[in-house]
Design a protein around this ligand. Structure first.
Ligand code: FES
Length: 161
């Protein structure tokens, strides 16, 4: 990975791409999604501040573990805009994601343990299937057969629907 001399405070999109390992098209996409920003030169070329390198590294790491772009953008919005983020700023951001990562690991563990059953099943049950209910939302809200409609006898005593 090419080093960028410390005296260079702004990077071209090519330098940012070479240093971060992200394709130029990916950097343009990140910018369009508000994850990184640049200023334009008089010749309408993008220039990125050096902290864009850390932002890109953060975005790529988060994407690798399946964090949605909207969540990544919310996290990056917590960084100070008036100054370059410090190591402490980045550490706080990473710590805040520990819970999110723990939840994803739990979900993936459930999926791993039940995937073979699902492949041979196809029921997509809201109550038991990790494919249709990966967060076990229904299980957390209620237990048993509460999803089934309640059958009440009609006023004339005949069984309900
Ligand atoms: S498809 Fe039946 S349990 Fe997942």
């Amino acid at each position: 990975m090419p080093q960028i001399p410390e005296k260079i405070h702004e990077l071209t999109v090519g330098q940012l791409s070479a240093r971060s390992g992200a394709a130029v098209s990916a950097l343009h996409f990140y910018e369009a999604k508000g994850l990184i920003s640049s200023r334009r030169t008089a010749g309408n070329q993008r220039r990125y501040s050096r902290d864009a390198l850390r932002r890109v590294a953060f975005v790529r790491a988060a994407q690798r573990v399946g964090i949605p772009l909207a969540t990544i953008r919310e996290a990056l919005a917590q960084l100070p805009e008036e100054r370059t983020p410090t190591n402490d700023d980045w550490a706080k951001l990473s710590a805040a994601w520990r819970t999110e990562l723990d939840e994803r690991i739990t979900q993936l563990g459930r999926l791993r343990d039940h995937l073979t059953d699902c492949i041979g099943c196809g029921c997509l049950s809201l109550e038991t299937c990790v494919l249709s209910n990966p967060d076990d939302v229904v299980g957390q809200r209620m237990a048993g057969s509460r999803l089934l409609p309640v059958r009440r006898p009609a006023s004339d005593g005949t069984p309900g629907p």
